[in-house]
Design a protein around this ligand. Structure first.
Ligand code: BTN
Length: 241
C-alpha cells in the first residue's frame, strides 16, 4: 500500500481480474482515487468479451475514480495518450503511435490494452494491461503484439505504473480544463493511418474505407464512396502498403 502521485496504490500477488477487484473495492473505496495492480491475473479480460493473456512480468492495473461526466468513455483517448507519453519517457525517439479506439502500437505492434467499465456509484474502472516483459504470441491475439523489453525498454511494472500515473494526471487535467477537443487534437497528431485505407470489423460486417479521423464523441469517421460513416465500436485493420 502506498500513495503514488495522488493515487492510493494496492498491489496483490494474484487476482482473477484487477478490473473486478477494483469494481468490488469501489463499493467501499480505500481512497477517493485508487489503483489496484496484481503480479498475476488468472482471468484477465479484454474488450468485446475477449481474454487478456496475463504473462509474467507484465503490468495489470485498474484505476478507480469517481467520474460524474456523462462523457467518461472519452477517457480511453486520455489513457492512450498517457500510455504513449509514458513509453516516450523511456525512449523519446521510439516509433509509437495510436490506433483507434484505444491501442498503443510500438513499431506497429500492440503493447497495451484498455478496458473501461463502471464501478459502484459514480466510480469508473480504467483497466490497463501493458506488455512490459512479454508479448502474447500473435496467433493468440487479434493484432501482432510486442513487449517493451523487446523494443529495448528495460523497466518493470512498478516503475512503469509510477511513470504512467504522472502522465495520466497530466492528460486528465487537459481533458477537465480544455475538454475533449484538446484531447482529440493531441490524439490525432499521434494517430496511425490517418487518411489511409483501413478495414473496420463490426459484429456482423467489415467495412473498407478511408480513415478520416474522429468526431467530437470519439467515433471513427470512415469515408466510403464519398460518404462519411460514424463508427462507435469496432476493430481497425490497416491495409498493407
Ligand atoms: C483490450 O482488449 O485491448 C483491453 C485489455 C485490457 C486488459 C486489462 S489488464 C488489467 C485489467 N484487468 C482486466 O481483466 N482487464 C484489464
Amino acid at each position: 500500500m502506498a500513495d503514488l502521485y495522488g493515487w492510493h496504490w494496492q498491489d496483490y500477488p494474484e487476482t482473477n481480474s484487477t478490473n473486478d477487484l477494483a469494481a468490488k473495492l469501489s463499493a467501499n473505496p480505500p481512497a477517493q482515487r485508487f489503483v489496484v495492480t496484481a503480479e498475476r491475473q488468472t482471468q484477465g479480460r479484454g474488450r468485446r468479451g475477449r481474454e487478456w493473456q496475463s504473462l509474467t512480468g507484465n503490468l495489470f492495473m485498474s484505476l478507480a475514480m469517481e467520474e460524474p461526466s456523462p462523457n467518461w468513455s472519452e477517457l480511453v483517448f486520455v489513457v492512450s495518450l498517457a500510455l504513449l507519453e509514458t513509453v516516450r519517457v523511456y525512449q523519446p525517439e521510439i516509433n509509437v503511435r495510436l490506433k483507434w479506439p484505444n491501442d498503443v502500437l510500438v513499431k506497429g505492434r500492440k503493447i497495451s490494452g484498455i478496458l473501461l467499465e463502471k464501478g459502484a456509484g459514480l466510480y469508473i474502472i480504467i483497466g490497463i494491461g501493458v506488455n512490459i516483459a512479454a508479448a502474447p504470441l500473435s496467433t493468440e491475439s487479434l493484432y501482432p503484439a510486442a513487449s517493451l523489453a523487446e523494443s529495448g525498454i528495460n523497466t518493470d511494472r512498478c516503475a512503469f505504473l509510477a511513470a504512467f500515473l504522472q502522465q495520466f494526471n497530466r492528460f486528465y487535467e487537459l481533458w477537465i480544463k480544455s475538454g475533449f477537443a484538446a484531447v482529440k487534437e493531441q490524439w490525432l497528431k499521434k494517430a496511425l493511418g490517418l487518411n489511409r485505407e483501413i478495414s473496420v470489423n463490426l459484429p456482423r460486417q467489415s467495412l473498407d474505407g478511408i480513415f478520416r479521423g474522429i468526431d467530437d464523441n470519439g467515433c471513427l469517421l470512415l469515408e466510403t464512396a464519398g460518404k462519411i460513416t460514424k463508427i462507435a465500436a469496432g476493430d481497425v485493420f490497416f491495409q498493407k502498403d
